[in-house]
Design a protein around this ligand. Sequence first.
Ligand SMILES: Cc1cc2nc3c(=O)[nH]c(=O)nc-3n(C[C@H](O)[C@H](O)[C@H](O)COP(=O)(O)OP(=O)(O)OC[C@H]3O[C@@H](n4cnc5c(N)ncnc54)[C@H](O)[C@@H]3O)c2cc1C
Length: 229
Amino acid sequence: SRFLRLNKDHQNFVLETTSGEVHCKFIVNCGGLYSDRIAKLCGVKPNLQIIPFRGEYYEIKPDKEHIVKNLIYPVPDPKFPFLGVHFTRMIHGGIEAGPNAVLAFKREGYTKRDISIQDLSQMFLYSGFWKMASKHYKMGVDEFTRSFSKKRFVKALQKLIPEIREEDIHPGGAGVRAQALEPNGKLVDDFRIVEGEKMVHVLNAPSPAATASISIGRTIAELVRKRMS
Ligand SMILES: Cc1cc2nc3c(=O)[nH]c(=O)nc-3n(C[C@H](O)[C@H](O)[C@H](O)COP(=O)(O)OP(=O)(O)OC[C@H]3O[C@@H](n4cnc5c(N)ncnc54)[C@H](O)[C@@H]3O)c2cc1C
């Protein structure tokens, strides 16, 4: 059920959701792509905006899977929060190649066709967006061309496995990163957890937040415990 707005009832919060009201004493916002909007609905100024970056994958065809025997990752460029394309052996079999990092035109923009006028207007009216765009436009254009050109995507993969060819891969799935952007155009590259009265807002949880989720969960639980005691 989707959180819509917040009301108060004496000492308690009343969360209006698409499946009715939820009453609680404390709020933890882990809203990912919508965490900034949820914070605002809770009366907290996030001082950042979530910008969606789609990560598109290819999959290696089964007869070529033998060329990847382990996880193959590049050395990260500390200037960017995104790692760059890599090879991942999946737990249920198969090998993913990617992801790229393309600006999405919708917060839940999982495909190239997804566009939201509301999301785009909010993004384009944010000064931080233009500051980031002026700093990183070359990288942005490169990512767009890689998204539309399999040849360019394969060229990036060949930095890790020179013998990989276009015919060895086919399109796979995609995910959308919830990337926090500050008003000065800086892409936030660390976790950003903001505390409010009887609230904790997780406003940036980039990779490896999935791998580190148990530890992040413990940190949040500790913050809640301290604030409630
Ligand atoms: C392509 C890609 C590759 C990645 N690779 C890795 C990796 O290799 N290793 C790694 O550790 N991490 C990786 N990550 C990052 C990882 O997925 C995120 O860091 C992690 O999912 C963040 O967790 P979260 O709980 O903050 O947000 P999310 O997982 O996005 O969860 C947010 C939740 O909030 C819910 N929500 C949003 N709005 C509302 C609302 N209004 N009401 C109610 N619920 C709402 C959503 O439905 C969702 O369930 C990758 C991400 C992408 C996109």
